[in-house]
Design a protein around this ligand. Structure first.
Ligand SMILES: NC(=O)c1ccc[n+]([C@@H]2O[C@H](COP(=O)([O-])OP(=O)(O)OC[C@H]3O[C@@H](n4cnc5c(N)ncnc54)[C@H](OP(=O)(O)O)[C@@H]3O)[C@@H](O)[C@H]2O)c1
Length: 328
């Protein structure tokens, strides 16, 4: 007998870029859910805070906004089950440097009765090229393996992997080798190298729509799910031409052999620079078209979701100052 879908959702990392977008979308569809929670983690260490982009004051502002939208602020830490009790699903919208915590959080949530997980994916298809073994995706792959392992003990354990390629708004950041402020690019690969981009609001809207799909406990494919949402696939030459149009200035782009990023990764690892390691690995993935989203795509199952054109989204990101100096 199919259920009406996931009715109560708790978002971990609710004030992060992805978590907040999903919660804003959940608020728009508040009446379709019984319970929506935002996890206020009290055990954030000062060390972790150094890696988390949202500072305490802004975080409080976001929590106030969420509460005003009908979201329950659930306070706790990753080591106790209490906070997770009563939720059908956890969205793990955790930043890259915290994804290693996911298996532990999943186990605590399972003990609390949670049976569905949206792990912190929201990126490339891990099955493309050698993404599975790339440093950038290490903890995403470990989390998938962990879920498969636990599924042997919990037959009703489910997951949803949301794959989008890359987010349009953050695709032209300095972290990825694009310097909008100075009109330069340093890209591993060549100008024909492609990537798939989807705007953040569309990704959030698709994610929320998947929560409302019926689940049949007798049909694992209804609760062990993969979704690919495609906005568009573009070459670097297309993207730089668009940036020139948006910013009204020429760009000088240097294309480098993409395996040069291996050396960057080695240096970063030796220096204990995890962020640098991830950056180098992402450049490898990118150079090898690892963020091109393969078919089948699931967009047509959710016609209610609007995907804005790339020129509108990048134009707005530029106006909002998002393209200058953004790090991911
Ligand atoms: N494909 C793309 O283009 C793209 C772009 C951006 C992000 N993403 C993906 O989206 C997911 C979320 O990323 P995001 O940018 O939204 O994350 P974020 O803003 O960096 O962090 C989100 C939240 O995760 C927790 N967190 C972050 N770093 C942590 C650490 N070192 N230790 C413990 N907790 C930490 C914090 O939550 P609390 O402290 O409140 O618990 C933080 O507010 C990731 O899987 C990322 O790879 C993909």
């Amino acid at each position: 007998m199919a259920s009406p879908g996931l009715q109560s959702i708790l978002v971990i990392g609710p004030t992060g870029a992805v978590g907040l977008s999903i919660l804003r979308e959940l608020i728009k569809r508040r009446s379709e859910f019984k319970r929506i929670g935002a996890f206020n983690r009290t055990s954030r260490s000062e060390h972790e805070k150094g890696f988390i982009p949202v500072h305490d004051e802004k975080r409080k502002e976001y929590f106030d906004e969420l509460e005003a939208g009908g979201v329950e602020i659930v306070t706790g830490n990753y080591e106790h089950t209490d906070a997770f009790e009563g939720f059908d699903a956890l969205v793990l919208a955790i930043g890259n440097l915290g994804i290693h915590l996911s298996p532990r959080i999943i186990d605590i949530a399972l003990a609390a009765g949670v049976r569905h997980f949206y792990p912190s994916e929201f990126g490339a298809d891990l099955a493309v090229n050698d993404n599975w073994t790339q440093r950038y995706y290490k903890h995403k792959a470990i989390t998938r393996e962990h879920l498969s392992l636990r599924a042997q003990e919990y037959p009703d354990l489910g997951w949803s992997y949301i794959m989008i390629g890359r987010f349009t708004e953050w695709s032209c950041a300095t972290y990825f080798g694009v310097d909008v402020k100075n009109g330069t690019g340093k890209i591993y690969g060549n100008e024909n190298g492609r990537q798939s981009l989807l705007p953040v609001p569309a990704a959030a809207a698709y994610t929320v729509s998947t929560m409302l799909l019926p689940i049949d406990p007798g049909e694992p494919k209804t609760f062990r799910r993969e979704f690919r949402f495609h906005g568009g696939t573009y070459s670097w030459s297309f993207i730089f031409a668009l940036l020139e149009k948006i910013t009204d200035r020429p760009f000088t782009v240097q294309y480098l052999p993409f395996d040069g990023a291996v050396e960057d990764g080695r240096r970063a690892k030796a220096a204990g620079d995890e962020k640098g390691e991830l950056q180098a690995s992402h450049r490898m993935v990118q150079g090898g078209e690892g963020t091109v989203l393969p078919q089948p795509w699931d967009n047509e199952r959710f016609p209610e979701v609007n995907v804005e054109p790339i020129e509108v989204v990048l134009g707005r990101a530029y106006e909002d100052g998002l393209l200058v100096g953004v790090e991911q």
